[in-house]
Write a new protein. Structure first.
Length: 297
């Protein structure tokens, strides 16, 4: 006797032109979901729009009591003022050097550590995994003073190298944990087959593990780049104005005489440009990297 399919409520049934009955959200539910999505998008996009709007306004229009949603007299003076401001170009270069150094260092060290945890069995392996997870739960503010005293003892305050090393340590736990998942998803049979064919351990690493972990390296580097580029507390505490990044430079637009909103908004846009460029370069690999370790089989 054939099994009887459970009845589908009428409100969830939908008949297509071909006569096929499909199950899904009702028309009212679809409309409400779309409206909720539109409202959410507007709420999230409005601050970005207001930054762009303010960046192109002259100072007298920014300070008007009645806000204008479109610049009445668009100008690029705010961008010129921000770009030619003291320490802007230097801090831009500092931010690029610190971020690239931190991401590269965290990827190299984290990848090797993740490889050891995922591929080798040794005493204390589970303890290291727990430590990696525990470190991410410690608030950054709680580590600020100990880090400053330690780096000061080594003479690495007011120096780009010191901040870069601290950023590597901050990014490393997430890098190790994420790359461990990607490497664990690579079948060990591939390693064994390559060893049987005459490859050395180094050749297995370069020809099999590293290429297959490429999407994971891309996805991890995105997180590291954003975290290092947008960091403010550590570099503002450790270094002076000549050795800071653009996040700390934005604070200079707030003075005792008030806040220079035009250059501040223009500087925010200029600060976001390197992140946008970085995403455009690796955008094809982001989706692959984020989903490569999602399914194991």
């Amino acid at each position: 006797m054939a099994a009887v399919a459970p009845a589908v409520p009428a409100r969830k049934r939908r008949v297509r032109d071909t006569g096929t009955v499909t199950v899904g959200r009702s028309r009212t539910g679809t409309v409400l979901a779309n409206l909720a999505g539109i409202v959410f998008t507007v709420v999230m996009a409005f601050p970005v729009y207001w930054v762009l709007n303010t960046a192109f306004k002259p100072s007298n229009e920014i300070l008007r009591f009645e806000p204008t949603f479109i610049p009445m007299s668009p100008t690029l003076d705010n961008f010129k003022s921000a770009f030619n401001a003291p320490y802007f170009q230097q801090d831009l270069l500092n931010g690029v050097l610190i971020t690239l150094g931190a991401v590269a260092g965290a990827i190299v060290v984290g990848f090797l550590a993740a490889l050891a945890i995922a591929r080798f069995s040794f005493y204390g392996r589970k303890a290291i995994i727990l430590v990696v997870l525990g470190v991410q739960m410690v608030p950054l503010v709680a580590l600020l003073i100990p880090l400053f005293l330690m780096m000061q003892g080594f003479g690495l305050t007011k120096d780009l190298l010191g901040v870069t090393l601290v950023y590597i340590v901050l990014i490393l736990p997430y890098t190790v944990w994420t790359l461990r998942g990607f490497i664990s998803g690579i079948p060990r049979e591939l390693d064994e087959a390559a060893l049987i064919d005459g490859c050395t351990r180094a050749q297995v690493f370069w020809r099999i593990i590293l290429p297959l972990t490429g999407p994971g390296l891309v996805a991890t580097s995105v997180y590291g780049f954003i975290q290092a580029w947008n960091e403010f507390i550590i570099i503002n505490t450790f270094n002076d104005q000549a050795q800071q990044n653009l996040m700390a430079w934005l604070l200079q637009n707030q003075t005792q005489r008030g806040t220079f909103w035009g250059p501040l908004m223009a500087g925010s846009i200029l600060t976001a440009i390197p992140v946008v460029i970085f995403f455009l370069i690796i955008q094809r690999n982001i989706a692959t990297g984020l989903t490569a370790g999602a399914v194991k089989g």
